[in-house]
Design a protein around this ligand. Sequence first.
Ligand SMILES: [Zn+2]
Ligand SMILES: [Zn+2]
Ligand SMILES: [Zn+2]
Length: 492
Amino acid sequence: MQSMYARPGRRYHRVELDKVKQEWKALTTKEQKMRYIEDRKTFVAQSHEIAEELEWWHQELKERAAADKDSVKASRYKAVIARLRQEGFGDELDRMDQACFNGLARLDGVSRATKLTDKGWASIRDSVVEYMEKFKSLRLSKERTERLDSRFPSLKHVVYALQHAKHADSKERLYAGVADVAYMPQVRTIIEHTPADVTKDIIKTKLKEVLPELIDIWVEERRSEVIDLLRKELTVGSEVAPESPEMLQLALAFFRCTKCNRDRLRWPQVAEHRCGYWFNEPSKDLYDQRLKRHVGRTEVDTPFPGVKYRGIHCGTQYTRDVISLCGKDPNTVTYAEMTACPVRLSCRRCATYAKQTVFDWKGAIAHDSEHRNNRLDPIPGRWMVVSEENAAKARALEEAILAKPVNPQDPGYSNRVYHYHCGWCGFDGGMSSMYSHLEQTHGRARTQIKLDRDFYMTQPYEVEILMYSQVFAESEYEKEEVAAGKAFFASF
Ligand SMILES: [Zn+2]
Ligand SMILES: [Zn+2]
Ligand SMILES: [Zn+2]
C-alpha cells in the first residue's frame, strides 16, 4: 500500500499527507496557519459526512451486482431445463422431485453466472445428461422392483392353487417350483412387460390362462430327462435302450444324489430333488434377485432351474444285486412286481444266533447303504434268503402293521409314518415341519389342515420284522415284542 502511510492506530492517505506538508511549509504568517487549520478541520468534518453516504452507496452497488448474478444464474438454469426438454427428458423432468432439481441446479456446469450459449451447452451437455440418465435408471429400477414385488406373490398364489387342484385326485404328483415357472418366457413376459397399471386380478387371470399347459410341458421335459438317466443305466455296450415312459415303472428306477447321498429317489420325487442347484453364483439381474426373495424356502423353489439333475444317478450294482437275489431280472421287473415279491432277506453282516431282521427288497437296498462305506461293488453272500415258512410269517406281520389305519392324531403316529409331501408345492418333510410349512407358506389354519388334501404321505412306513431264536421263547422282552406283532420266534 504505497499510497497509504500508517502509524500505530491511524492510517493516512500518503499523497494527501505530502500535499498538506507542502502547503503547511508554504505558509509564513501565524494568521495564514490558523486559517489553514480551520479549513482543514471543516474539510475533515465534511469528508466524514460524505463517507457514510458513500458507504451506503457502495453496499447498494454490491447488492445490485449479486442480484444481477442470481438472475443470470436463474436464466441459465431455465435454459438448461429447456435444452433437456428438447433432448427428450421432458417426461423425466416431470417425474423429478425438488431434491433432484436441487441436485441438477448445483451441478458445476449449471450453477454459473453466465448466459448459456450453444457452445456452452455443448460443453456441459454430457455431465447434465449423465445426471438425468442416472436419475432415470434409478427410477426405472425402483419401478421395476415395485412391479416385480407386487407380481411375484400373485404368481406364487396361482402356481400353488393350480397344482393343488391338479393333484387332488392324481397318482403322479410332480410340483413345478415357483422359480421353474417364473423363468418360462411366457410367464416372464406377463410378469415383466404387462403395463404397470394392470391390476393383480388381471395378472392372475393371464397366468391362469397359460400356466396349466406350460406346467404340463415342463413335467414332460422332466420325465424325458429322468428317462434318459435310466436309459444310460440300461444301455448294454452300444445297444441303447429305447425310450419308453414305462421305464419309470421298473424296480430299477431308483435314483441317488451324490451331493447329499440321498438314495431310493423315484419318479416323480427325483425331479423335485435339486440339492445340487444351490451351488450357483448369485445373480446381478434384478429379476433373479427379486424372485429369490419371493420363492419358497424349499429345494424345488431354488431359483436356478437352468441346471439339470446335478449329481443324480440311476441305480447301482447293489439295487441290481438285491433284485437278482429275489429271483427277478433287474432289467425288466417292475416296481409293482417287486413289491408283490414274497422273498425276504436277512443280513449276514448283522445276523446273530439270537436274532435276525427280515427285510423286503426295498428294506434290503436301504440297509445295504448303511453298510456301504463307498464300496462300488456289493459283497457276494452278504444276504441270506429267509426260508419260505419264515418269510410267510414276516409278511403276515408286515401286512397287519400296514393295515392299521393312518391317523395323525394317534400317539406315535409321527414315528410310524415319516415322509410327507405338501399338497400345494414341492415341500416335503416330516409331520411337524409339514404343519408349520402349511401354516406359514400357504396360510392354512392348523386346525383345518387335512391329510390327503393339504399334504400326502409319500413313503409308507418301512416295516422291519425281527426273528428271535426259540431260545428266547420264555424271555420277557422278546415275548412282549412278539405279542405286539413286531417279531416272531423261529429256528434259523
Ligand atoms: Zn441331494
Ligand atoms: Zn446288516
Ligand atoms: Zn407347500
